[in-house]
Design a protein around this ligand. Structure first.
Ligand SMILES: Nc1nc2c(ncn2[C@@H]2O[C@H](COP(=O)(O)OP(=O)(O)OP(=O)(O)O)[C@@H](O)[C@H]2O)c(=O)[nH]1
Ligand SMILES: [Mg+2]
Length: 244
């Protein structure tokens, strides 16, 4: 059986993380669980340890640092001889073991190198995906324009894929990480498949429910990453073909 490691990047997710871990552990792939904690000021670390996860402190106290947490997670999972690495957000309220099964299955059976969750999301959810990631990625990277959730936090890939793409030194430290991993994976011709996971209910949406300005840093990270990738892959001139 392939060794599957599930990694949760987490910063202040004490309310949801224990349940997420318990659900993920019940996957048929019997995953080991790692939490990369971003110096949480609540009980995230204690909650995660209480249900048997290994908690590792993020390697640098910079914020936002989802990218740093993902890189640390890849390094730790590789050092534990993972064959497959699954990343899941730690603020999900309705995670079930089948999410892990459905993400890992197509990679184990070699139907793809990377599986990515997509969902039915509320109309008011996923603003950065809808307003920034999808329109901009469509201009510069038509290879990924068909994907429903280019910023999905629920992904699975082979260790080999993660190791190869993160050799690039321009891996973002912050919110650009999800779109960066996707573009790099697509540009290296790995096979990507989206798997439908139903409805995603997560608590982060409450943070910007009353004021979307809380998404500004994320929108900036995603947009600038797409522009940097467009420059790197000599796609920036695509802009000239766009009617404005
Ligand atoms: N270690 C670490 N984890 C983080 C950091 N920032 C966010 N995370 C985690 O990354 C995951 C995704 O963050 P969310 O805030 O839920 O963002 P999101 O759901 O992708 O974005 P929205 O759809 O806009 O809400 C969660 O598990 C967070 O706890 C950080 O600086 N360090
Ligand atoms: Mg969230």
């Amino acid at each position: 059986m392939k060794k599957v490691i599930v990694v949760f990047p987490a910063r202040n997710e004490a309310k949801t993380i224990a349940k997420c871990i318990e659900e993920a552990k019940q996957s048929k792939f019997k995953p080991e669980i790692l939490v990369i904690d971003g110096y949480s000021t609540d009980n995230t670390r204690e909650e995660a340890k209480s249900v048997g996860a290994t908690v590792i402190e993020q390697s640098q106290g910079i914020f936002p640092a989802k990218g740093r947490a993902i890189k640390d997670g890849i390094r730790e999972a590789l050092s534990r001889q993972a064959d497959l690495i699954v990343f899941l957000d730690a603020d999900i309220v309705n995670l079930t073991p089948e999410w892990v099964d459905q993400l890992a299955e197509p990679v184990v059976t070699k139907k793809c190198d990377m599986a990515r969750g997509y969902y039915r999301r509320a109309d008011y959810d996923g603003a950065v995906t809808k307003l920034v990631a999808k329109p901009l990625a469509g201009v510069f990277f038509p290879e990924i324009a068909h994907l429903n959730q280019p910023l999905s936090g629920e992904i699975c890939a082979t260790s080999e894929l993660f190791q190869t793409v993160t050799k690039n030194k321009d891996c973002p430290e912050g919110w650009g990480i999800d779109i960066w991993l996707l573009i790099e994976t697509a540009m290296k011709d790995y096979k990507i498949k989206e798997v439908y996971l139903g409805t995603k209910i997560h608590t982060s949406r409450q943070d910007y429910f009353e004021d979307v300005v809380r998404l500004a840093k994320m929108a900036e990270g995603v947009a600038l990453t797409i522009f940097k990738e467009a420059i790197k892959y000599k796609r920036i001139d695509n802009i000239k073909r766009w009617s404005l």
